[in-house]
Ligand binder design. Sequence first.
Ligand code: KIV
Length: 267
Amino acid sequence: MTVTVRDLRKWKTEGTKFTMLTAYDYTTAKWLERAGIPVLLVGDSLGMTMLGYPDTLSVSMDDMIRHASAVVRGAPNALVIGDMPFMAYHASAEDAIRNAGRFMQEARVHAVKMEGGGRVIDYARQLTSMGIPVMGHLGLTPQFVNQFGGWRVQGRSEEAAERILEDATALEEAGAFSIVLEGMPSTLGRRVTDAVGIPTIGIGAGAGCDAQVLVIQDVMGLNPDHVAKFVRQYGRLGESLEAAARQFDQDVRSGAFPTAEHEYAAR
Ligand code: KIV
């Protein structure tokens, strides 16, 4: 059955925890849907994980739409969220509306995500009034990495925590259907979760959140050189991939592959 934003609200009310994973391509989306992951985020983290940039700032709407449409085709029953990239909604409400509209029409995602509070709260209000569900994102929002002076945990002082709490309640009031809480003390993750009626989805925000999200490369062990504190690796796909590629190379060099079973006969 197709997952909708209504399911997420119901799960919050029932106290049912759920998961979201990032996905950027058709094949991975297919496997994640088979695994029963209800929500897939086509994150602008694809700039780092798929395109090799040092941060998310170079990602364009065209990049996002190409990857998001592949994920939608791979996981027709999941709730697929398109992450609005840097500068897709920063200059004006018109940009936010046009780009969220592109995501819905061209990639067929079911909702969009935007980072930050402030003017984003007003954009969330406008988009939801047009039938475009919005997921908020507060705390260590990667598009602000230069403003933060690096990848730094946010909301550590009481004043900063209050600001995040205010943004979260304002996002809910503006119609957002859920909020990602990233890189903040677990006490704050729990405070925000208790303060809002919409689900919070944590990444480095502690166990008090209603749901958890991780980046697929981190979960699958495809990024073994840097494992952040909030990550648990559930697979070792990087090592399996390397071993399989080495074996293929060795087999071809030694003549062990291909053998008769892999060959076509003439008529
Ligand atoms: O882009 C992304 O992957 C994200 C998650 C880390 C929440 O925004």
